[in-house]
Write a protein that binds this ligand. Structure first.
Ligand SMILES: O=C(O)[C@H]1O[C@H](OP(=O)(O)OP(=O)(O)OC[C@H]2O[C@@H](n3ccc(=O)[nH]c3=O)[C@H](O)[C@@H]2O)[C@H](O)[C@@H](O)[C@@H]1O
Length: 450
């Protein structure tokens, strides 16, 4: 019988191989679980880091518990510009004086908005600007104002009032104590060309802002720009806050009047502290190119004719032109005396302050006189064309009674039209690089009337 083969060695070898296989697979499993564990840990750490930077703990930021929910529910973590952007928002809005305000200034790249932002920043308040940089007038002027503000460490967020997620985010990131709401579609006559833009900014945009503000905790106090145009066809003289304002002459005026009524509603239902300021034809350096004093200056210098309106009964049209520095003092006075809102997170807790003030100059000047002052300052005769006021929403005259603003926050305009226009012309020729003309260069031209 053949001897059976000796299998003991083969068996040993197989056992050894199987042991080795088991050993290696266990090692492999161990290694991959370690790798998985480390990767999970890293992702978790990164997530914690991201949320800590983006959203400080609620105890650090008692503002807007509600907004945390809305931000999460609508996946808005991506709104705004990331961590560096949020840092800018926080830095710009943080006050540098004890008990300073943190103010959201809407329309900060605008005329009144840029002046107020600088004044607030200079006295140590925190200021964050918001502006949509629309092209109603030359946006490069708005960019120049933005650069000026940047030099003074005021950051302007580029965005629209109707962008609810953006507003929510701003209110979440920065605990604003006040809002100075100056963003609006301005201009009386343009309302006939583009009525919808007035509804979008002055009504829908304002409501959107109030919706966000009412839901915050604590709610900010709001000071906002109404307009002398709400007096419309009022014939009382001077205009006082208790006069009728139910006869607006333009859609612009109607939207500002609507704003005053909307303010009443939000004050009544939600306890928001609201102050409306009726500005009277504000003018000065860094002004608005769509306003008469501004484009008269440009057209006089370019030798173009200008139209001076007269009323239908052949009287001169007059305005209570108010210098920007006086208006800025009025805005700051209104902010300083604004009481806290009483509501929180959308619920009213008690009656809140609701105010309206005239901010005018108390001294109306006919448009013809404004043109004479400009002619003198520019050393150039204007080509005047006097026409009957077109039916474009204009009112014949404005005249402010400012007793209330004086009583409540010491408002006292100190700049007459000639002094204010001198400062404007100085800025204008500097900004546009125009060589001032000497008396000899002046070309006398006959006045044209029609
Ligand atoms: O105080 C206000 O409530 C308003 O003041 C100005 O509106 P307005 O007073 O009409 O200012 P301008 O458009 O600069 O007109 C000034 C004066 O010049 C007159 N004007 C205007 C244009 C023109 O070609 N000719 C002319 O004589 C107007 O009738 C008015 O009396 C602003 O444009 C509004 O945004 C603001 O709300």
């Amino acid at each position: 019988m053949p001897t059976p083969p000796d299998t003991s060695k083969t068996l040993k070898l197989e056992r050894y191989n199987s042991y080795l296989r088991k050993f290696h697979s266990t090692k492999l499993i161990n290694a991959s679980s370690k790798l998985l564990f480390r990767a999970t840990l890293l992702v978790a750490l990164l997530l914690i880091l991201f949320f800590t930077i983006s959203y400080p703990p609620l105890s650090d930021n008692p503002h807007h518990r509600l907004h945390r929910h809305s931000l999460l529910s609508t996946s808005l973590f991506s709104v705004g510009g990331g961590a560096a952007w949020e840092k800018q928002v926080r830095r710009s809005s943080t006050p540098r004086r004890p008990n300073g305000f943190s103010v959201l200034v809407t329309g900060a790249a605008g005329f009144v908005g840029s002046h107020c932002s600088l004044a607030l920043k200079k006295r140590g308040d925190g200021v964050l600007g918001l502006d949509n940089f629309n092209d109603y007038y030359d946006p490069s002027l708005k960019r120049a104002r933005q650069n000026l503000l940047k030099k003074h460490e005021v950051f302007i967020v580029e965005g629209d009032l109707n962008d609810a997620p953006l507003l929510s985010k701003l209110f979440y990131v920065a605990p604003f104590t006040h809002v100075l709401h100056l963003a609006a579609q301005a201009g009386v006559r343009y309302a006939m060309q583009n009525p919808q833009s007035y509804i979008r900014s002055n009504i829908a945009g304002f409501v959107n802002l109030l919706e966000i503000a009412k839901a915050t905790n604590p709610q900010p106090a709001i000071v906002w720009a109404s307009s002398s145009s709400v007096y419309g066809l009022n014939s009382e003289n001077p205009f006082s806050e208790i006069d009728r304002t139910d006869k607006p002459a333009s859609l612009y005026a109607a939207t500002k009047k609507a704003g005053e009524e909307i303010a009443h509603t939000y004050n009544h239902i939600y306890g928001l502290s609201l102050t409306g300021l009726r500005f009277f034809t504000v003018y000065g350096p860094w002004g608005r190119p769509d306003m008469a004093y501004f484009f008269f200056t440009r057209d006089i210098l370019q030798g173009k004719s200008i139209e001076i309106y007269k009323t239908h009964d052949q009287k001169e049209v007059a305005r209570d032109f108010t210098y920007i520095d006086d208006v800025v003092k009025g805005c700051l006075g209104a902010l300083d005396t604004a009481e806290k809102s009483t509501g929180s997170g959308g619920k009213k807790k008690g009656p809140a302050q609701l105010r309206v003030y005239n901010l005018g100059n108390t001294s109306p000047v006919p448009v013809g006189r404004l043109v004479s002052i400009l002619e003198g300052l520019l050393n150039t005769k204007a080509k005047k064309h006097v026409i009957t006021m077109p039916r474009n929403g204009d009112v014949p005259f404005t005249h402010a009674n400012v007793t209330l603003a004086h009583k409540d926050f010491g408002y006292k305009p100190t700049t007459d039209l000639a002094s204010g226009l001198r400062k404007f012309v100085k800025w204008y020729v500097g900004y546009y690089g125009i060589q001032p003309r000497t008396k000899k260069e002046t070309q006398p031209t006959g006045d044209e009337s029609g």
